[in-house]
Design a protein around this ligand. Structure first.
Ligand code: ZN
Length: 472
């Protein structure tokens, strides 16, 4: 009989396994980086936890142990105690524009006569986008992704619309800038789903403004050719018509048809600003959600993600049932967009996920917390997004993990720690002042409802440690 595959067993003080909070979790990972067994507490047949930092001590061989049923790790496994930490599934950021990280802090000073708004912020962002060459795109994306990893994000959906040269002419390889994004992800070691954007016009009846030309393909056919070229090289993709403002009805229908035919996740900005709704009504006599529904985006359950979905009607929310809405609360607050009606969307059967969007803030714990807190401010009530058991931490963690994975077409691979899945995970230090005096049973709620992602200790992607913050 063949020996079991080499593996390592990771242990922690607490964790979330298969969606449930447990004490003393352990996870056995094979040499492919997949979880082959998992358990907790009394399920653990291996040695007592190590008492010193794993950074200072290489993993020790565990002695053979009596094998409990199904979940026993291989007897030959090495054991690595991660120390006083919470072990959680890697966070999934479902909506990022990596290059916008470049203007962090640069849009908070009023210019002469500038009535600062979403639209004036956008001008600053466009100026930044205009100045980036391929190497610049690589460098800023790499910086954003390295920061994501450091705060526990192991998979990101990059809503990528910077495609061509500043004057709109394609590079020799029309996917040059997409490759730069992918290279940055590869070099950092984060998973990326490239949400390739179609951007075709400045608005109804308006050609793209000069600063929008590099976002635009010659036509939908040229866009889909680029998508085909990326797919043929094995790139993990989604389709993203930027918004109903930037793509006309025929373009939307073409994208929806292609996405349904190929089973790809599809995303679009939806009702981020009231002006977008007003322009859509003037053009189509309908809301953005109605236009997308009619164009065929909602035909596949969990196939579509409405990014923001702030200024949606009750009817819009009903139409989005069975799909995702991606809230980006720190960006939405920064830009004065409004509050995502998370309570109503959830009641309508919409799965809520989270994105860092402009990347001024990169911290999905904050995004999750603000999803709930904005609803408290709006509704003047508490505990708005609890699950059926009255618990809030698990709901918020789900938004930051499993729901994002589903939105990116990775429901079976990301967002959850369990047998048969890649070991994409992160840990949060318990030996920080924040957790002093917090009872174990309150620690998940403390993190998700009062914390930030600044206490991340380890990050693993596909079983490979990508980030390790030293203690002390
Ligand atoms: Zn966005």
């Amino acid at each position: 009989m063949a020996p079991p595959p080499p593996s390592i067993v990771y242990r922690a003080a607490h964790g979330v396994l298969e969606g449930a909070w447990v004490d003393a979790p352990w996870v056995a990972v094979d040499d492919e980086g997949s979880v082959v067994a998992a358990g907790h507490g009394s399920d653990d047949p291996t040695t007592p936890p190590a008492t010193t930092s794993p950074a200072a001590n290489p993993p020790a061989a565990a002695p053979p142990a009596a094998a409990p049923p199904a979940t026993a790790p291989p007897a030959t496994a090495l054991v690595r105690d991660l120390g006083p930490v919470i072990l959680l599934p890697g966070l999934v950021d479902a909506h990022s524009h990596a290059f916008q990280r470049a203007i962090r802090g640069a849009t908070h000073r009023r210019g002469a006569g500038d009535p600062s708004s979403f639209w004036s912020w956008r001008e600053a962002m466009y100026r930044c986008a205009e100045g980036l060459d391929p190497q610049g795109v690589y460098e800023i994306t790499r910086r954003a992704y390295a920061e994501m990893l450091s705060v526990g994000i192991t998979c990101v959906g990059e809503f990528h619309y910077l495609h061509h040269q500043p004057d709109g002419r394609p590079y020799d390889d029309p996917n040059e800038l997409s490759w730069q994004v992918l290279r940055a992800a590869q070099d950092v070691g984060i998973r990326v789903v490239l949400l390739e954007v179609l951007y075709a016009r400045g608005g109804h009846g308006r050609p793209p403004a000069p600063e929008q030309r590099r976002f635009c393909d010659a036509d939908v056919g040229a866009y889909l050719e680029r998508v085909d070229a990326l797919a043929s090289r094995g790139v993990e993709l989604g389709l993203a018509p930027h918004s109903v403002r930037a793509v006309d009805r025929a373009g939307l229908e073409s994208v929806a048809r292609y996405g349904q035919a190929h089973g790809l996740p599809m995303h679009a900005h939806v009702s981020e600003q009231p002006r977008e709704n007003a322009e859509c009504r003037a053009e189509h006599g309908a809301t953005p959600t109605e236009v997308l529904a009619d164009a065929g985006f909602f035909e596949r359950p969990r196939g579509f993600t409405a990014v923001h979905a702030i200024h949606t009607t009750a009817d819009d929310q009903r139409r989005l049932s069975g799909q995702h809405a991606c809230a980006c609360p720190t960006t939405e607050a920064d830009l004065g967009d409004g509050i995502v009606p998370a309570v109503e969307l959830r009641e309508a059967g919409v799965e809520l996920c989270l994105g860092s969007d402009s990347n001024a803030v990169i911290d999905l714990v904050q995004e999750a917390r603000l999803l709930e807190m904005h609803e408290r401010l709006r509704g003047q009530a508490r505990l708005r997004l609890c699950d059926g058991d009255g618990a809030l931490g698990p709901t918020l963690l789900r938004a930051a993990t499993e729901a994002g994975a589903s939105a990116l077409g990775r429901a079976d691979r990301s967002g959850r720690l369990g047998v048969g899945r890649p070991f994409d995970a992160f840990t949060v230090r318990l030996d920080q002042p924040f957790f002093e005096g917090v009872a174990p049973r309150h620690r998940l709620d403390a993190l998700m409802c009062a914390g930030t992602a600044q206490g991340v200790r380890h990050v693993f992607v596909g079983g490979v440690e990508r980030h390790a913050l030293g203690l002390g």
